[in-house]
Write a protein that binds this ligand. Structure first.
Ligand code: 5GP
Length: 193
């Protein structure tokens, strides 16, 4: 079992399209003492996404090499692509006493929760599946097959909602943001022995 030492490890997870990105952008704007762990992915950048900001966009070969070299704290395959969290980056920040937030899908979240039992896990739920489907379609970045795959995945992910320390319903961005802020304010000052 690994220890988080001084910094605190936050995970935010939840179905794709649930609005994690929008909430987190505002959250990081308001909170400068916690850092975002930029993941590696093999998926193509969406319009507006920047390499090294949203993700490190890599080839499958590069990703598989990183797996072999044990460079990930966790990694997962999601909708035909790989996603992974850089181990060195996260452990270094935590050991320096810096709080880190991972925005990852549920398999990765479960794996981190097993390795770091004292991490602060937050599950963001969509108000309902119809709304989520609308958002995924509205994004206009995936074809029908990819959307169906993601919706099936969501149904599975929702079954695990109860295993997280906190659950936030994303009905309105402002409400969800406020709840996330409250969780952060409480947890960042919490002492561990
Ligand atoms: P998207 O392709 O929509 O950016 O992300 C798809 C899913 O992958 C999202 O649920 C996102 O949270 C998750 N994800 C992003 N980075 C990582 C990572 O490093 N590890 C894991 N396990 N999931 C990730």
């Amino acid at each position: 079992m690994e220890s988080t030492k001084k910094g605190k490890l936050f995970i935010i997870t939840g179905p794709s399209g649930v609005g994690k990105g929008t909430i987190l952008e505002k959250f990081f704007h308001n909170n400068k003492n916690i850092i975002y762990s930029i993941s590696q992915t093999t998926r193509n950048p969406r319009p507006g996404e920047v390499d090294g900001v949203n993700y490190f966009f890599v080839t499958r070969e590069e990703f598989e090499n990183s797996i072999k070299n044990n460079e990930f704290l966790e990694w997962a395959q999601y909708s035909d692509n790989y996603y992974g969290t850089n181990k060195k980056f996260v452990l270094k920040a935590l050991s320096k006493g810096i709080d880190v937030l991972l925005e990852i899908e549920t398999q990765g979240a479960q794996s981190i929760m097993a390795k770091f039992p004292d991490c602060i896990s937050i599950f963001l739920t969509p108000p309902n599946l119809d709304e989520l489907e609308k958002r995924l379609r509205g994004r206009n970045t995936e074809d029908e097959e990819a959307i169906q795959k993601r919706l099936n995945q969501v149904r599975e992910e929702l079954k695990l909602a109860k295993t997280y320390k906190y659950s936030i319903e994303n009905d309105l961005v402002e409400n969800a943001l406020q709840k996330l802020q409250e969780i952060y304010n409480t947890e960042k000052n919490e002492k561990r022995f």
